[in-house]
Design a protein around this ligand. Structure first.
Ligand SMILES: Nc1ncnc2c1ncn2[C@@H]1O[C@H](COP(=O)(O)OP(=O)(O)OP(=O)(O)O)[C@@H](O)[C@H]1O
Length: 267
């Protein structure tokens, strides 16, 4: 996979004019519409928007799990778009970490085996000291030999975060990581993601519906009707909730002013 070296610092994630259209030619669903975004290494970004606004589609395209209909995606300067499925799978294993709402741990494997699985799949040796240190960091040093069913939801999600961190990925994509957790476990998981950014220099991109979860991020990117609807830096739960309330209005106003503009220039 080609790495594109540029004079400016390489962004951890870059999407350029990305469209994703589902459905048929007669009945297209434009899930992403000309989305352009660049995220710096070591940043924590929350993706928010109403249901159906394109958040999951954004994550799928940004993480190389799906290909955009148009536009380009780069992770750490390497272009994902146009690559074969085999190359993308290899790339994801080596450079991308995932955290899912339902944890997605292998039920028959111990916590230790689950955490080292991405290394084995990428053909790398697992370093016992490093893995143990990682498990200590997520508060599971005494649970290494347990199976997921013997852990609470919060503990399972912390194991999933250790699994995402173990390959030292360029970006961690988290899809509603606190959606299945109680308030206290959710806070632990969010603090863990925050500390992976602050102390390990990780880049985290997290889809969430929850303004409190979004407030752990450095910035929030809003989506509405598949389009980027602005960003909010240093978010608080209150400022995020306020922005979400008016999101639909802003997009409709943008549409109205774009329509008016087109009329003025006669398009
Ligand atoms: N495989 C698909 N085929 C057809 N349409 C799809 C497909 N996946 C998503 N869509 C449509 O694309 C749009 C964006 O969906 P997406 O799941 O990305 O939104 P979302 O913001 O993640 O929603 P939610 O918050 O409800 O999970 C929606 O209109 C959805 O119905």
């Amino acid at each position: 996979m080609a790495d594109h070296y540029r004079s400016e610092p390489i962004e951890a994630l870059r999407l350029e004019s990305v469209d994703k259209v589902y459905g048929t030619e007669d009945n297209p669903v434009r899930a992403l519409d000309s989305v352009t975004v660049g995220l710096a290494p070591g940043s924590f970004t929350a993706i928010m928007g109403p249901s159906g606004s394109g958040k999951s589609t954004f994550l799928q395209c940004a993480a190389g799990l799906d290909q955009p209909t148009r536009g380009r995606v780069f992770v750490d300067g390497a272009e994902l778009t146009g690559e074969s499925e085999t190359a993308l799978t290899k790339f994801r294993r080596q450079r991308i970490g995932f955290v899912f709402q339902q944890f997605n741990l292998m039920p028959t494997l111990t916590v230790y085996q689950n955490v080292t699985l991405p290394l084995r799949m990428a053909g790398k040796r697992s370093d016992r000291d490093r893995t143990t240190a990682m498990l200590r960091q997520v508060g599971l040093a005494d649970r290494m030999g347990h199976r997921p069913s013997e852990l609470s939801g919060g503990q399972q999600q912390r194991a999933a975060i250790a699994r995402a961190l173990v390959t030292d990925p360029r970006v961690i994509f988290a899809d509603e990581p606190t959606g299945a957790l109680d308030t206290k476990s959710a806070r632990d998981v969010l603090q863990l993601l925050r500390s992976s950014v602050d102390h390990l220099g990780q880049t985290v991109v997290m889809v969430t519906h929850d303004p409190v979860a979004a407030s752990y991020a450095d910035s929030v990117m809003f989506l509405a009707d598949g389009r980027s609807a602005g960003t909010l830096d240093k978010p608080t739960a209150e400022t995020v909730a306020e922005r979400m309330t008016h999101l639909g209005d802003e997009v409709h106003m943008q549409d109205a002013s774009a329509d008016a503009g087109r009329k003025v220039v006669g398009l």
